[in-house]
Design a protein around this ligand. Structure first.
Ligand code: SF4
Length: 331
């Protein structure tokens, strides 16, 4: 019988699922995902997770509850560092332990450590460890690892070309498929924050779709080339931000404000997020240096209501539109 590995549609799913799926499939393992976030998944997560955890971690718990009874293993790697410079937030590092000690009746967890500071081949070694656990030969793991990285390269290219993770995954799974690009309606906003908040349409209260319906094109950190982000160095700070996603979001803010590439900037922040309390301030400072580009912070939590977000968004879009028209008249 084929071994089944469960991957929750939460946290790093939005960045690495194509790689993980290709790797497991290549070594003959079936991947089971938990599907889109629903109210039921959120409720399960809120019930199981610690009360003071951030919303994305609560959601992760909910997704684990959704798949735990349908798989032989849960894949929860301990991803520490992938760029040899910044590390993921401590919640990522402790994720396998939190799940193991809080949720009952779970299958074994594959919790290999991924930390490129441990050497050039640290990631390959982690995948060899996974392969060994699942009974795959070293050669098949090596081939699967190479193929999975090629898939990840194609996925990242699609993101750089303006697609969001859902669209990019759909294009990868149906080569030759044609997706319609949203029409260019004149306004472009940057939506900054962590990918697992921005692209989870349930927890973001469908933010991207709402903007699209309001005629606003969206740019996120994932759509910007990594070289452009690296070139932002420490964004004028004495040293870079310690946490990977916070560092990326600040670099993206710095790049977009400086280039004036967008008409407005939204920062989507999660209630209960420690790194965000710092990041939001730094993005605000950046916004104050570029007063020609309006900026707004939107905070989400498990109680976030559709109406509240829609009203604030509509007002913000309206204000940016009027401002742009007024500036055009002055010219
Ligand atoms: S960065 Fe913030 S939102 Fe993300 S897992 Fe850590 S505490 Fe939660």
């Amino acid at each position: 019988m084929t071994v089944k590995v469960g991957i929750p549609n939460a946290l790093l799913y939005y960045l690495y699922y194509p790689l993980w799926q290709a790797f497991f499939n290549e070594i003959g393992v079936q991947v089971v995902t938990s599907g889109k976030t629903t109210k039921d998944i959120l409720n399960k997560g809120v019930r199981e997770a610690l009360a003071d955890a951030c919303v994305p971690v609560k959601l992760f718990f909910g997704h684990i509850m959704e798949i735990k009874d349908h798989v032989d293993y849960l894949y929860i790697p301990r991803v520490v560092c992938v760029n040899r410079k910044t590390v993921y937030c401590p919640k990522f590092l402790g994720l396998p332990d939190m799940i193991r000690h809080s949720v009952t009746g779970i299958p074994p967890i594959i919790d290999v450590r991924m930390d490129t500071r441990q050497g050039h081949f640290a990631l390959l070694k982690a995948y060899l460890e996974i392969g060994k656990l699942l009974g795959a030969s070293k050669i098949s793991v090596f081939q699967a690892y190479q193929k999975a990285n090629r898939v990840l390269g194609r996925y990242n290219n699609l993101l750089r070309n303006g697609w969001n993770p859902h669209e990019a995954m759909s294009l990868l799974s149906k080569p030759g498929a044609v997706l319609e690009k949203p029409p260019n309606l004149g306004l472009k906003f940057a939506v900054l924050g962590y990918p697992y908040n921005i692209y989870d349409s349930f927890i973001s209260v469908n933010l991207l779709e709402k903007l699209r319906r309001l005629g606003v094109g969206v740019l996120t950190a994932e759509n910007i080339s990594p070289i452009s982000l690296v070139l932002q160095k420490n964004c004028g700070l004495p040293k870079r931000l310690f946490w990977t996603f916070s560092d990326l979001a600040l670099k993206a803010a710095h790049f977009l404000f400086k280039r004036g590439m967008v008409d407005g900037v939204l920062h989507l922040t999660a209630f209960g997020c420690g790194p965000d309390s710092l990041l939001n301030k730094f993005i605000e400072f950046e916004a104050k240096k570029h007063r020609n580009i309006p900026f707004m912070t939107l905070m989400i939590d498990e109680q976030t209501g559709e109406a509240g977000i829609s009203t604030r968004l509509e007002a913000f879009v309206d204000m940016v539109k009027r401002r742009k028209e007024a500036l055009a008249c002055q010219k």
